[in-house]
Design a protein around this ligand. Sequence first.
Ligand code: ADP
Ligand code: MG
Length: 240
Amino acid sequence: MIEVKNLQKSFGDHVVLNGIDQKIEKGEKVVVIGPSGSGKSTFLRCLNRLEEPTGGEIWFEGNNITDPSCSIDKLRQKMGMVFQQFNLFPHLTVMQNLTLAPTKLGLMNQGEADKKAKELLERVGLPEKADTYPNMLSGGQKQRIAIARALVMNPDVMLFDEPTSALDPEMVGEVLSLMKELAMEGMTMVVVTHEMGFAKEVATRVLFIDEGKVKEENNPVDFFEHPENPRLQEFLSKVL
Ligand code: ADP
Ligand code: MG
């Protein structure tokens, strides 16, 4: 589904990603971990070109999305993204947040979008919040709405950038459960997170990004029980 070839990203002369190669198959759940500032968000944001790579190629469903002639808007619709800070539109109701993109892009008329949005509000357990504004929601509710908003577009892959890092501890569980359900339904997912329990339970593969490279990758059992890279061993000793 996604193939990353020798991905490079620098900001000025600060090299953040220095040659990342990855193949992500349909249905995989790839969890990305690594120290703060190691480039995890930059990696995720390059996948849908919220950041422009400075080198290498990214292929998505057979299209080279780093090619200047590629129509990125179309492809981006197939890649849902969920951010740490929710990024809901504060001046729009929950329903309007959900229906804005598909109606504006002409993919659904308002009736179709409303129907789909209602289904998704049921799906994320918040049907009664349709007419609520985001500032009336808890952090956990905001994030479940943000996930619903990404799902409205029927994405083929969901990218999550530390979706629970801004939440009070008692709200982390509701968001992780929703993500687990999505995973079990077969969604292809790339998740940057510090939730090691989630990684162990849900990941098909875990990546350790450090110093601009994927320093280790493995299935979760071997990744956590037999880490080989000394930097990963040190990292795990701090977070586990
Ligand atoms: P992580 O998500 O692993 O904490 P980031 O991908 O956010 O790391 O950042 C990696 C490095 O890139 C950091 O040193 C950060 O300061 C730098 N960086 C990220 N975005 C920008 C930007 N837009 N301009 C300049 N530097 C940036
Ligand atoms: Mg980050």
